[in-house]
Ligand binder design. Structure first.
Ligand code: DGJ
Length: 747
């Protein structure tokens, strides 16, 4: 049993394979958080809580005269409330009918359910009854009747615990939720570092690690989307934690909109983390009887460093977030038209590109922006989802037929949430754009955003997209979104309800995506927001892959994909080989390097293949073969970060679950003359097995006569794990090497 309940002492213990999470109802009815960490037993861990009088940390009335050592200001709690004596960052802040802000939740009852709870209208971890259990604990404010239903999902095999909260106004009068976080969690002991992932357009998910100090540190987004700028994923870890050792706790917010993650070290060195919808743009009115469901947070703990933590999260996302036909399948190798043509194409040009691609082994042709309405640049046309037959030279079904006749699948780009002022849609429905009456709106990429919080707008988009998807065999869509949202206002909400806009927008987005997933179960949807501006576990519930960044430069991608890998598996990271000089950085990298880096993601191409030499085309054929042959370990296997990009040579390993095959990829940021050698240890193999280590000789610039590594080597799994292998030195800047390691009996 994953969930153990000591009814007499009111202790709830959640066990996973390697972790234990415990809470206890104390004698005032407060649900205390007693422990989260390495697996223990069901024993009462509230002995870790020490009560003493802390000056200026007040006491609940029932304790105030007899027990000055009892204070909500220092006690570890499961769901902390603002306004009743806990002065730390809190999870729940309400505005009661009388204008007061106080809330105080006390235990009511609990229930254990088989399987994993689901959340209506929201993405969440899914698991069957063999894989998960659910604990529900109800808390209630005795004064107002505000009720919090705390949901805990336990997935033992993956060391994952999920949390979400449903808040119901069981009182007689209306209240407003000003903040309703999904999670609040306390640690009484220990110092922590906080690892977060910040970025920008074309430079997403850079790792930052800093000690948690006194005060509140926070990351978040008020941009309408989860954002390029801070990813809704973070890790709290022991100061000494690294890839292979140390305590690490991760928090993945399963949500694609505005979020806040806040960490506070309090007056006595305790640490609290709160995660949920960002409160700045939020206000949710609850009439008597109404409820609000928060999104979910995925928690995981590893006592063996970041590597194990990431591998558990990768499995969780692959098997319990992603859904549908493509979740566990190798994704088709694609050619995307964007960097090859931008807006400048004809139907014939597209067909020629597809023909070329088919000859090289590409499997899917994706027509990106520019195929609809009046859309020859980014100043017009968004919202007019009608194929531009004049530009295509034929109808869309005819174009799809010509492209699928080459043997490729066909995919199409949409930016459903965008609307150009210069569009028929805007002229017909100016009130569908997000803007505040009487105020000139902020433009970004010269476009506005559709008010996706409205059901009529959602229905328009569903009708337009389904009509197009029904008109031809379209196997894939790319769902793009190209600006941050401001001037937030919906014509369909009255003044008192405008605080609901941002969350309703996300619910609307999810409703459209869910409709498409249900109606087209075979459709592969790739998420995108100017690259990785909405790269989160919420979107992955609908789109099993997301374009990782608009920066397709292989060397920039080392950092972007490295940071992304902490919370997300490679099969979710859209990654393409593009032209050189690279369009974002001007950098010239070897074709083999670009392919090696793209293989760490979904793998595809985004360039004009006709401009390549015969030798380059031949290399592409081989790259596609390599990817397809190793796709199982690349997309479904285990992932090890062996060296970070900042070291001058990034090295990572993909290995299959059975330990029979691994691919070690090393990419140098620059060449070093007469430098030291790099040795890496190869993990996940069978210690007794004999392996062949084969260097893939793909680099077109290498002089093979100079390499003693050109010959295959034979080593045991134990030797590879403990002694390791040497990575050949770089011969040119940006050189990539791939070592293919196979169990000999397999050959
Ligand atoms: C931004 C995306 O990230 C690009 O890949 C491309 O689809 C453009 N939008 C098209 O406008």
């Amino acid at each position: 049993m994953a969930i153990h309940i000591d009814e007499k002492n009111r202790i709830f213990t959640l066990h996973t394979l390697r972790t234990t999470y415990q809470m206890k109802v104390d004698n005032t009815g407060v649900l205390l958080h007693t422990y989260y960490g390495a697996r223990t037993d069901d024993g009462d861990l509230s002995q870790l809580i020490y009560h003493m009088d802390r000056g200026f940390s007040g006491n609940p009335y029932e304790k105030g005269k007899t027990d000055k050592g009892y204070s909500l200001d220092v006690l570890p709690q499961e769901y902390s409330c603002f306004g009743t004596g806990d002065y730390r960052v809190t999870a729940l802040r309400v505005r009661n009918t009388d204008g007061s802000r106080a809330a105080d939740l006390r235990y009511q009852r609990h229930e254990v359910r088989p399987g994993k709870y689901a959340l209506e209208g929201l993405p969440a971890v899914h698991a069957d009854q063999q894989e998960a259990e659910t604990l529900v604990v109800w808390l209630r404010d005795p004064y107002t009747g505000m009720e919090a239903e705390l949901l805990f999902g336990v997935l033992p095999a993956l060391d994952v615990i999920t949390r979400a909260v449903k808040i119901t106004n069981e009182g007689q009068t209306p209240v407003v939720l000003e903040k309703a976080a999904s999670l609040s969690i306390d640690w009484q002991y220990g110092d922590f570092d906080w690892v977060t992932f910040h970025g920008r357009h074309c430079g997403e998910r850079n790792l930052q690690r800093q000690p948690v100090g006194h005060g509140i540190q926070s990351i978040g987004s008020v941009r309408g989307t989860s954002s390029h700028h801070y990813n809704p994923f973070s890790i709290l870890c022991a100061p000494g934690a690294n890839e292979e050792q140390g305590d690490c706790y991760s928090f993945s917010f399963v949500y694609s909109g505005e979020f806040a993650m806040e960490v506070e070290k309090d007056q006595i060195g305790q640490t609290r983390l709160v995660c949920g919808i960002h409160p700045d743009d939020f206000g949710w009115n609850l009439a008597p009887g109404e409820s609000f469901q928060t999104p979910e947070v995925i928690l995981s703990y590893s006592g063996a460093g970041f590597g194990l933590l990431s591998r558990n999260l990768h499995r969780t996302i692959r098997d319990h977030i992603c859904r549908g036909k493509w979740a566990g399948q190798r994704r088709p190798v694609l050619l995307n038209s964007w960097e090859g043509t931008y807006f400048d194409f004809t139907g014939d040009k597209l067909v020629a590109m597809a023909q070329e691609a088919a000859q090289l082994g590409v499997e899917l042709f994706v027509l990106d922006d520019g195929w609809f309405g009046k859309r020859d640049d980014d100043h017009s046309g968004l919202g007019d989802w009608f194929p531009n037959e004049q530009k295509l030279g034929c109808s869309l079904p005819e174009l799809v037929r010509r492209i699928t006749d080459t043997g490729l699948l066909f995919g199409l780009w949409f930016e459903p949430e965008g609307i150009s002022e210069d569009s028929d849609l805007y002229r017909a429905h100016p009130d569908w754009a997000v803007q505040i009456e009487g105020r000139r709106p902020n433009l970004s990429r010269d476009q506005l955003i559709l008010d996706v919080s409205r059901t009529d707008v959602q229905d328009y988009l569903i009708e337009r997209m389904c009509t197009i998807l029904d008109s031809a065999p379209i196997s894939y869509i790319k769902w793009d979104m190209n600006r941050s949202i401001c001037d937030k206002f919906s014509h369909q909400l009255d003044a008192a309800h405008q605080g609901q806009f941002s969350h309703r927008y996300v619910l609307g987005l999810y409703r459209i995506l869910e409709t498409l997933c249900q109606r087209y179960p075979d459709l592969l949807i790739e998420g995108c927001s100017g690259g990785g501006g909405r790269f989160d576990t919420g979107m992955l519930y609908y789109c099993p892959q997301i374009w990782c960044s608009d920066n397709s430069d292989a060397i920039s991608r080392l950092d972007i994909q490295y940071g992304t890998s902490f919370g997300y598996p490679g099969c979710t990271m859209g990654a393409h080989v593009s032209a050189v000089p690279n369009h974002q950085t001007g950098r010239v990298t070897p074709l083999a390097t670009r392919a090696a880096v793209a293989m760490a993601g979904t793998f595809g191409y985004e360039l004009d293949l006709a401009a390549l030499s015969d030798a380059e085309k031949e290399a592409i054929r081989r790259q596609i073969d390599t990817f397809q042959a190793s796709s199982q370990l690349l997309q479904q296997g285990d992932y090890y970060r062996l060296r970070a990009p900042g070291t001058g040579c990034a090295v990572w390993e993909n290995v299959d679950a059975a330990g029979t095959e691994a691919l070690v990829t090393a990419v140098y940021s620059h060449v070093v003359c007469n430098g030291g050698l790099i040795r890496v240890k190869v993990h996940g193999l069978r210690p007794e097995g004999q392996y062949r280590v084969h260097l893939l000789k793909e680099d077109e610039t290498a002089d093979w006569s100079r390499f003693e590594f050109a010959q295959d080597r034979f080593l045991s799994g134990a030797a590879l794990e403990h002694a390791g292998v040497v990575i050949p030195p770089a011969w040119t800047d940006y050189q990539a090497w791939q070592l293919h390691i196979t169990l000999c009996e397999k050959d």
